[in-house]
Design a protein around this ligand. Structure first.
Ligand code: GTP
Length: 596
C-alpha cells in the first residue's frame, strides 16, 4: 500500500470510557467483522481481561475505509489501559501518527486520560478529541468539550461527539482520522527497520510479533535480526490482522502487521526492539528500547509444598507470554520452597497470581509485595534488595527507593482530603491545575512503596470514588528506611520482615505483633511475639501457654476415644508450619500477610 493512503492510530481513554466498545463499532462499520460474528470486546481476548474489563495486551487491526472516493487503510492499534503497562502503551503510541483521545461525556477527563495524553504528546501524535456516550442522559457534552478543548488547546467545536454504543458519529470520526492523522513517512529503499510494539505467545504458532515498518520492507522467508540482541530468525510468516491473521508477501513503509519466526518465548522478541534484515541490515536501531523492569516483588509459595514443581512449570509457561515477568527460586524458613517474583506493578501481580491459581489450579501464599531498594554501605559496596529479609546488616550509608510521579484528578471539594492522604504517604506536591471550575489535577512525587499497597483504595474511600490516579516511575530517592523483623519465641520469621520508613516502623511492628497474637494458637509454652529493628525490640505481645493437656479430657479408660483425638491432632499438624519451636497454622500466615 502507498504510505500516503495509510493511517496508523490508536484510541486512548481512561478505563471504562468506552475504548473497546468504540473499537468494536469501528470494526463493524468498516466491515472487518460482520454483525453476526460480532461479540462484545472483540479485541480483548484473554479471559481475565474480559472478566475484569481491562485490556492487558495490545493488538493491531487493519481496516479498509473509503474517504472521498479513495480507499484508505486504517491500522487501529489497541493499547493496554493500566498504569503497570505504561511502557507497552508508549510503544504502541510510537507505532502511530495519531490518536483518538476518548472521554466519557458523563465523566470528563480522568487521570489515565491525562497520563496517556502526555505520552501521546511526547510521541508527537496528532490528537483527535472525542466525547463518547453522548446517548447517556447524564452526558454533559458542552461542559466536557470545554474541558477537553482547554486541555489540548483547541476550539470546543472541534471536539467530536460519538456514541460507541449506538454508533452515532463514528463514521464521521473515521473520516476525521483520515483527514487529520498524518500518513506515515519512511525511506522505502533503505534497509528495513520495524519497531516491535507487541509480542504475544500463541500455543500453536509460537510467538506472534506485532511490528510497524518504519523504513524499507520485510518480505516473507527473509532472515531477520533483532537489533538489541543480534539474534537472527527466519520469517516463517508475515501478514496483517484483519481481524484474523492473514498472511502477506511482505510489509512496507508505514505498514503494521505481524511476524512469526517460530520462537517460543516472548523474551526473544521484545517490545520496543527494532527488527531488520540479517543481510545488509540497518545499523542504527529505532530509538526508545527499554528492558522491562520489574517494580514490585513478592514471594509466591505453594500452600502444599509438593506443588513446588507445578508452580515452577506454571511460571515458566506464563513467562513465554510475558517478558516482564521475572522469578527466581527462594526458600523461606517459614514458608518452605517458593519463588521471588518480580512484577511491573500490583495489577500485574494480581493478574499473574490469579492465572496461577485459576489456570494452573495452584493454591498459593503470597508475601506482602515490596519494591526494590538500593543500599549503599559505608564501605561503598552496593546491594540491590528485592527481598526484605535480605536487607544487609552492618553499616549502611544510604538506602534509596523508587519514586513515581502521580497524577490525581478529582472534584475540587476533595483537594484537602487528597493532600492529607498524600502527606501521610510521604508525598511531595509538584503542582495543581484546575481542569474546569470544579475539577482539579494534582501532581505529586510519591515513594512507590507507599502506593503499591492500598493507596488506590484509600484514595477512593476519601473521595467517595470520584478521584482517579495514574503514575509513572521517575527514578529513585534516598529515604530513612529500616528493616523491621518479627520474632516468634526469639526466631525471626523471614516472611514477615518488612522495609518501612523509620517514622512508621513502630506502628508497623505494633500492628503485626497484635495481628499474630490473634492468629497463633496457644502452645505448651509461652510464646513471645516481638517486632525489632536490629536488636532493638519495638513491640511485644505474648501468646500464653495452654494449661491443660487435651488428653486429660478423656477420663482414663476410653482408649478408642483417646486414639481418635490423637489422630485428629495429627491431621491438624499437617497444616502447621514449624517456626523454631512454635507451630503456626498455615492460615495464620495467609491472614497475617493479607493487607487488612
Ligand atoms: P477498558 O478496555 O477496560 O479500558 O475499558 P473501555 O474503555 O474499553 O470501556 P468499554 O468499552 O468496556 O466500556 C465501558 C462501559 O461503557 C461498558 O459497559 C460499555 O457498554 C459502556 N459504553 C461504552 N460506550 C458507550 C456509549 O457510547 N454509550 C453508553 N451508554 N455506554 C457505553
Amino acid at each position: 500500500t502507498d504510505p500516503a493512503l495509510i493511517r496508523n492510530f490508536c484510541i486512548i481513554a481512561h478505563i471504562d470510557h468506552g475504548k473497546s466498545t468504540l473499537a468494536d463499532r469501528m470494526l463493524q462499520l468498516t466491515g472487518v467483522v460482520e454483525q453476526r460474528q460480532m461479540r462484545a470486546q472483540y479485541l480483548d481476548r484473554m479471559d481475565i481481561e474480559r472478566e475484569r474489563g481491562i485490556t492487558i495486551k495490545s493488538q493491531a487491526v487493519r481496516m479498509p475505509w473509503e474517504h472521498d472516493g479513495t480507499a484508505h487503510v486504517l491500522n487501529m492499534i489497541d493499547t493496554p489501559g493500566h498504569v503497570d503497562f505504561t511502557y507497552e502503551v508508549s510503544r504502541s503510541l510510537a507505532a502511530c501518527e495519531g490518536c483518538v483521545l476518548l472521554v466519557d461525556a458523563a465523566q470528563g477527563i480522568e487521570a489515565q486520560t491525562l497520563a496517556n495524553l502526555y505520552l501521546a504528546m511526547e510521541n508527537d501524535l496528532t490528537i483527535i478529541p472525542v466525547l463518547n456516550k453522548i446517548d447517556l442522559p447524564a452526558a454533559q457534552p458542552e461542559k466536557f468539550a470545554a474541558e477537553l478543548a482547554h486541555l489540548i488547546g483547541c476550539d470546543p467545536g472541534d471536539v467530536l461527539r460519538v456514541s460507541a454504543k449506538t454508533g452515532e458519529g463514528v463514521e464521521t470520526l473515521l473520516d476525521e482520522v483520515v483527514r487529520q492523522v498524518p500518513a506515515p513517512v519512511g525511506v522505502a529503499d533503505a534497509p528495513a527497520r520495524a519497531m516491535i510494539f507487541d509480542s504475544v505467545y500463541d500455543a500453536y504458532r509460537g510467538v506472534v510479533t506485532y511490528v510497524k515498518v518504519v523504513d524499507g520492507r520485510l518480505g516473507k522467508r527473509e532472515r531477520i535480526q533483532m537489533m538489541s540482541t543480534g539474534a537472527t530468525h527466519e520469517l516463517l510468516e508475515i501478514g496483517v490482522n484483519s481481524p484474523e491473521m492473514t498472511p502477506a508477501d511482505g510489509l512496507a513503509v508505514g505498514e503494521v502487521g505481524y511476524l512469526i519466526t517460530g520462537v517460543k518465548d516472548v523474551r526473544q522478541s521484545k517490545v520496543g526492539d527494532t527488527v531488520t534484515q540479517q543481510r545488509n541490515g540497518a545499523t542504527e536501531p529505532l530509538g526508545g528500547y527499554k528492558d522491562p523492569k520489574p517494580m514490585v516483588f513478592s514471594g509466591l509459595y505453594p500452600i502444599d509444598g509438593s506443588e513446588y514443581p507445578a508452580l515452577r512449570d506454571a511460571l515458566e509457561k506464563l513467562q513465554l507470554n510475558d517478558a516482564a515477568l521475572v522469578y527466581e527460586p527462594e526458600t523461606s524458613a517459614a514458608l518452605g520452597f517458593g519463588f521471588r517474583v518480580g512484577f511491573l506493578g500490583l495489577l500485574h501481580l494480581e493478574v499473574i497470581r490469579e492465572r496461577l491459581e485459576r489456570e494452573f489450579g495452584l493454591d498459593l501464599i503470597a508475601t506482602a509485595p515490596n519494591v526494590v531498594y538500593q543500599v549503599t554501605m559505608e564501605d561503598r559496596s552496593e546491594h540491590t534488595v528485592t527481598n526484605p529479609s535480605e536487607f544487609p546488616t552492618g553499616k549502611i550509608d544510604e538506602v534509596r527507593e523508587p519514586v513515581v510521579r502521580a497524577t490525581l484528578i478529582a472534584p475540587s471539594e476533595f483537594i484537602g482530603a487528597i493532600m492529607e492522604l498524600c502527606q501521610t504517604r510521604r508525598g511531595s506536591m509538584q503542582g495543581m491545575d484546575y481542569l474546569s471550575e470544579d475539577r482539579v489535577e494534582l501532581r505529586y512525587t510519591l515513594p512507590l512503596a507507599e502506593i503499591v499497597f492500598d493507596f488506590f483504595d484509600a484514595l477512593k474511600s476519601k473521595t467517595r470514588g470520584y478521584a482517579s490516579l495514574d503514575y509513572e516511575p521517575v527514578g529513585e530517592e534516598a529515604a530513612a528506611l529500616v528493616k523491621v523483623d518479627i520474632l516468634l519465641h526469639g526466631d525471626k520469621v523471614d516472611a514477615f520482615s518488612a522495609i518501612v520508613h523509620k517514622d512508621k516502623a513502630y506502628a508497623y511492628g505494633v500492628k503485626m505483633a497484635a495481628k499474630l497474637r490473634e492468629l497463633i494458637p496457644r502452645q505448651q509454652f509461652e510464646v513471645p511475639i516481638q517486632a525489632a529493628i536490629g536488636s532493638r525490640v519495638i513491640a511485644r505481645e505474648t501468646v500464653r501457654a495452654i494449661r491443660k493437656d487435651v488428653l486429660s479430657k478423656c477420663y482414663g479408660g476410653d482408649i478408642s476415644r483417646k486414639r481418635k483425638l490423637l489422630e485428629k491432632q495429627k491431621e491438624g499438624k499437617k497444616r502447621m508450619k514449624m517456626v523454631g519451636r512454635v507451630e503456626v497454622p498455615q492460615e495464620a500466615f495467609i491472614a497475617a500477610l493479607s493487607s487488612d
